[in-house]
Design a protein around this ligand. Structure first.
Ligand SMILES: [Zn+2]
Length: 185
């Protein structure tokens, strides 16, 4: 069996989908990469600023609420004050945090890096993602293998494609790493 790896490269963090008062509907909010910090007495509030993609209204996603600054590492605090890009990205990719802030998580833009499957030999395919995303494993497979929904479902039914986690391959979403077994034709 040949081992193959696909790396999912994210081109943007996922949009946060939430109700925009100005637009009067649910819209995609995009991460601005900027933090907002508010100091009150001994405590800090720290947010990551998002903007509605339709009207530019801002939405502040809570990172810390009333936290003692001494409990944050100084380098990290400096990162918040200087709008450190890697730090902003880390929070923007945190789908759990977005959900805990009452927003839905949209789909990030991504690229699939890795060799195509030629079906000449059985393959153990590892799909790697540095962040848990909402991307469906089936969509990634179909996109990269250029398969129709019907052709893909036939492969699942015949057992020629299997996911080692035992999850439902039609429904499961990409966590850190998915491993699939794909038979040759
Ligand atoms: Zn709006």
């Amino acid at each position: 069996m040949q081992k193959l790896t696909w790396d999912i490269q994210y081109l943007s963090p996922p949009p946060a989908i939430k109700y925009c008062k100005k637009c009067g509907k649910k819209t995609e909010h995009l991460c601005s990469g900027l933090f907002r910090i508010n100091a009150q007495r001994k405590y800090l509030d720290i947010w990551l600023i998002y903007k509605c993609s339709d009207c530019d209204s801002t939405w502040n996603m809570t990172i810390y609420s009333r936290i003692n600054p001494k409990s944050i590492a100084p380098e990290m605090l400096e990162g918040f004050y200087s709008n450190n890009g890697a730090l902003a990205k880390r929070y923007a990719m945190d789908t759990e945090l977005i959900r805990n802030n009452g927003a839905e998580v949209g789909f990030p833009k991504y690229k699939i890096l890795g060799a195509n499957i030629n079906f000449n030999t059985p393959i153990e395919l590892h799909i790697k993602s540095s962040y848990p995303s909402r991307l469906k494993v089936s969509s990634l497979l179909r996109e990269k293998m250029n398969l129709s929904q019907t052709a893909f479902e036939q492969m699942i039914i015949s057992g020629s494609i299997r996911i080692t986690s035992g999850l439902d391959l039609k429904k499961c979403r990409l966590q850190a790493d998915a491993i699939l077994i794909i038979d040759s034709l």
